[in-house]
Design a protein around this ligand. Sequence first.
Ligand code: OAK
Length: 839
Amino acid sequence: IQEPQLQGQDTGMQCEDDRTGIGVETLKRAFLDNLFYVQGKFPALATKHDYYMALAYTVRDRLLQRWVNTAAIYTQQGSRTVAYLSAEFLMGPHLGNNLINLGIYNQVQQAMTELKLDLKELLAKEEEPGLGNGGLGRLAACYLDSLASLEIPTLGYGIRYEFGIFDQLIRNGWQVEKTDKWLRYGNPWEIARPEWAVSVKFGGRTEAHKNAQGRYRVRWIPHKVVLGIPYDTPILGYKVNTANTLRLWKAEAPESFDFEAFNRGNYYGAVDQKVTSENLTKVLYPNDETYEGKQLRLEQQYFFVSCALQDMLRIMLRQKLPLEQFHEKFAVQLNDTHPAIAVAELMRLLLDEHDMDWEPAWEITQKTFGYTNHTLLPEALEKWSLKLFSSLLPRHLEIIYEINWRFLEQVRHKFGTDEGRIGRLSLIDENDGKFVRMAHLACVGSHKINGVAALHSELLQKTTLLDFYEFFPEKFTNITNGVTPRRWIVLSNPKLTNLITSCIGDNWIKHLEDVQRIETYAEDPGFQQEWQQIKRENKVNVAEILLDRTGVKVDPDSLFDIQVKRIHQYKRQHLNILHAITLYNQIKQNPNLDITPRTLIFAGKAAPGYYIAKLIIKLINSVAEVVNKDPDIGDRLKVVFLPDYNVKNSQPIYPAADLSEQISTAGKEASGTGNMKFAMNGALTIGTLDGTNIEIRNAVGAENFFLFGLTTEDVGALRLTGYRPREYYKENPQLKQAIDQIASGYFSHGDRSLFKPLVDLLLDKDPFMLMADYQPYIDCQQQVSQTYRDRDRWLQMSILNTARMGKFSSDRAIREYCQQIWKVQPVPVQLAAEKTGDG
Ligand code: OAK
């Protein structure tokens, strides 16, 4: 490893290394050098994008120094490593985050200013890698940040989708999807590693043979083979030298050109194989929490899992570790069931490719995996038809049958022949056709199973995974989610960051529990004044964004009431809209009504095939159209839908919120993580007793949280006694008026058919119990409005929310995973120059 010059000041005498130095002069020089030698431009011809690229490469050089050192130390020490397997990593833009974690944000800002450039404009040029749908993918990204910040050796393994989550346009109030061509202008943050490519087999058949010792073994003769090419992105921790790796796999044809076909004169046939192979990693499935039994999706899952496990085996061989130590070298976490086929694949690799016997292979496998469940929604539970499964992964099906057979023997041993229980526990669902149950495979193949919030873990044990809990209770645990304060406070809310740091120093950024120390200022008028000022500036910023993107002008002094997340019936954006209509009607009925002015902000994508979710977007926009142009309403109520919600667009949103909407039907939201981002930035929550809302409320204090609605038990009981949504409608004039308006075309230019499916669903079935929760929600919102008028009280509540959110840092969550599940220790990284003391 080279010994770079380090972090010196610009002394004038001694010049910093252009690739590692972080003085302003050095940064400027390096930036212009990259503009010239990487982008091939000089300033007069350079576009904003060229400048962004030049800056990205300048930052990347500084990352590489840490990355290469980290890799060297991990290799030298053969460190125990976390392998986080996830079909989604929703990383968000890298540049700003890397500036924060390198600790050079201010120097770079100054360097750009001196070059007459605006850092904000350059940051805005980055195309974010939208390689995830929502909560699960973004959680993986927060966890990678914390793992690096805590100096835990980690490899994130996933798929390098050529097209990530679609871009959302709003046309005539409807969602329109547009392909996300995020790689169009190149990606400066990744490095391809074709030298570590692996082959992945699909289809075909198996046959028996004997190994050297005369034991039966199985050979898989595939129908096709696809190459996996790894693309690596460095993940730098906050103010440490640890830079871990996110390794995403792209599918390619093994021989990109079929010369035999070409020689036969079939040019198109020759490129055919290339096209079909590359289809595998073309596009992210845009469904959030609904499973679709598509072959290509199973191919994606198996593809990246096989690539990842083969890569781990390669690393073991290179480090000369015996395969019997696989579980000591790697702790592999399954981010939901998308990578659960890893259980069968590791068995296959050990048995068939490395000639191991079943018992040791199975022991290693179980000790290797941990499984995190992220949802209780039955429609999200993955099960693959045996027909599809056996045609694509014939060998894995044999292995799964064997795992199942042995497992059910143990069940019989423990519980006797209780056929009902055996049927419920089996890895094969035989109720209605035959399917492989991926959650069952994950449970049996892992040594730990966790939910993502206290309530969620409890419900998993009592409902979805009850039979497994009864069989091996010791495997079950809870790890409440967290989010990284680096992206979600420091990068998103620099003004609040400066205020907090000026009071208590900056230790809180690494140890969020420390932010509690601002509690002493909660009633300090000067501090409150500054707190309010910052919130207002953040709201002005969002008001400008809203005007720019939607043409709607909003009042920054109104209460910013925000719901941003995927659009889903269980998240109940339509309950929020019923409140908007209710406020609208109240003003219309009493034009002089002195209400607390509100701006209702919505954002989020709907799965392209989820009709009702798309209709909810249309409803929000239709209500917005009527409300916003009504002169009787004026500035007292505005409704806005901000298009194309993604990580980048969300960053200004959380700091600008007064009120955070977390209003899912109790028992449906596994955890929620947006709830944490809002509360950390001083928003108060209106929410149900669902997911992590419960723990947030416990942390910030019940008096600083607006609670309403049915509990999980109420929901269950009401369902049992016969829920009749229409009764609530009939008996509540305000609710009736709102629903009737939607039905009668009041918000749809007289079109009564448009929202009929939604209205019928609410009145007849109402699976998410909006009708039952409507009045408690409206009453609670009234409380919110009242409280907002007491400025000092609101500010105090807001400050206490931020102060008490320490628990919800992803650093805390990752420490728990490390101690309870992964049993890994930090491995500090020193830069070569630090060790020798030069530079
Ligand atoms: C997506 C696909 C399949 C299963 C679950 C998901 C998912 O995104 N779940 C979400 O995970 C988040 C992170 O744990 C939670 O905060 C959300 O509540 C949960 O819906």
